[in-house]
Design a binder for this molecule. Structure first.
Ligand SMILES: Nc1ncnc2c1ncn2[C@@H]1O[C@H](COP(=O)(O)OP(=O)(O)OP(=O)(O)O)[C@@H](O)[C@H]1O
Length: 410
């Protein structure tokens, strides 16, 4: 049992730096041709002098943009990474849901994995056997209990790992919600469990990108940015600060205001949208496009830093500001990485079924993965006038057939 006098988790001046190789040797041939080439390392501080304490029974949220150090912190807490400086105290038995595959053996069936995992997390073999049914039923994997883990889908593995974590009755739970990628029904079940463990007064450290969950579940939350704590306290305040940082309205990374032309521009600017235009059916740049024909929206991006698999997209809005069309590569195969200095032109072709009027385009580049991380989003950056033979109050001018099917004279 944890002692009431001590916090459940105390983190005192923790720093963690990764050493990243400067230069990659991609092939054996390169290594053979340049045997003396020095690999050089760059120090990358992922956590900088982080100190906080979580009280016994507290539900504590950890938020921050991609790469801000949340997972590194959880892994340090779980003992997966050694810290470079500082100390971590965990008062009570800890159970984690922070990385898939850890503690699981792919060549064993789910049944054995549950038993091994539960004993690793502190249950006696007898207690683990007693809890087994609850684990497998919560995960809804009864039919698959004898299937080897290597034949599980990643969603099934997530369910199993989450169920084990919930059933071992640890006093401190470390949860990376990003891992809970099961289907919608399972996610709801996870949220119900969050509510239950909150009621039970267990200590939870939850990494999330969902500010709704911060406000719903957390007693307190902490915002990390570039490995440092920038806000710690009331969930509402932390959530508001996170949104401010993430959408970066009107400020550069160092907090200085951007110039006037940057109004309505968000993102960390690892890449920039430098130009945008519309094209007509013939592929010519155009200020007007006729309704009923193919048209395209294009934009040019310049990368200032390396970005892997960026998302590109656009929203078109009518003159009342109502979004009428959205397109992106979010459901398409990943487009690969871009290096600093690379440029890319993105062309989104579509059937122009919009009714006549002016439409404004908001193009965006974002980073995929968990949560929304804008790289550059430029509101109403380009516009086009759609011309049509008829005027209508509707947003769309879809082709249609109208027939008078019968005529009866009385
Ligand atoms: N094993 C590693 N080796 C080198 N660098 C790493 C390693 N793990 C993390 N980093 C770097 O440390 C920084 C913090 O990463 P971390 O995964 O903790 O961020 P995060 O806040 O969890 O991000 P996300 O929201 O994308 O999951 C990143 O810049 C990342 O590239």
């Amino acid at each position: 049992m944890s002692s009431p006098a001590l916090p459940a988790v105390a983190v005192d001046g923790v720093s963690k730096t990764f050493r990243l190789p400067h230069e990659r040797v991609h092939t054996l041939k390169e290594r053979a041709l340049h045997p003396m080439r020095r690999m050089g390392h760059e120090a990358f501080p992922a956590l900088r002098d982080v100190s906080f304490a979580v009280d016994d029974g507290e539900f504590f949220g950890i938020v921050g943009r991609n790469g801000s150090g949340k997972s590194t912190l959880l892994k340090c807490l779980a003992g997966i990474y050694a810290v470079d400086r500082g100390r971590i105290y965990v008062n009570g038995r800890m159970s984690t849901f922070i990385e898939l595959g850890v503690g699981f053996n792919n060549d064993l069936p789910a049944r054995d994995n549950v038993m091994i995992n539960a004993t690793m997390l502190g249950l006696s073999p007898r207690e683990a056997r007693r809890r087994y049914d609850a684990v497998i039923d919560f995960a809804e994997l009864r039919e698959f209990e004898d299937l080897k883990l290597k034949n599980y889908s990643s969603g099934m593995e997530v369910r199993l790992a989450f169920s084990v974590m919930m059933q071992v009755d640890a006093e401190v739970l470390l949860i990376d919600e990003v891992l809970a990628v099961g289907d919608a029904a399972f996610q709801q079940k996870c949220f119900d469990e969050f509510a239950r463990i909150r009621r039970e007064g267990r200590t939870v450290l939850l990494v999330t990108h969902d500010m709704g969950n911060v406000q719903r579940f957390c007693d307190r939350a902490m915002l990390l940015e570039r490995g440092s704590i920038v806000e710690l306290g009331e969930p509402d305040r932390v959530a508001a600060r996170y949104l401010e940082l993430n959408f970066n309205r009107g400020e550069t990374d160092d907090g200085t205001p951007r110039d006037e032309s940057d109004a309505g521009r968000y993102g960390d600017r690892r890449a920039e949208i430098v130009e945008a235009w519309f094209e007509d059916e013939a592929g010519e740049r155009a200020k007007t496009v006729p309704t009923g024909q193919r048209a395209a929206f294009c934009f040019r991006a310049r990368f200032r830093e390396p970005v892997a698999d960026p998302l590109f997209g656009v929203v078109l809005a009518d003159d009342r500001g109502t979004p009428v069309f959205e397109a992106s590569n979010v459901l398409l195969p990943a487009c690969g990485g871009f290096a600093a200095g690379d440029e890319a032109t993105i062309r989104i072709a579509f059937d122009c079924v919009l009714s006549s009027g002016r439409y404004e385009a908001t193009p965006a580049i974002a980073r995929g993965g968990s949560g929304v991380a804008w790289i550059d989003r430029r509101e109403r950056f380009a516009s086009v006038v759609v011309t049509g033979a008829r005027s209508t109050d509707a947003v769309l001018d879809l082709p249609f057939d109208l027939e008078v099917l019968s005529r009866e004279r009385r």
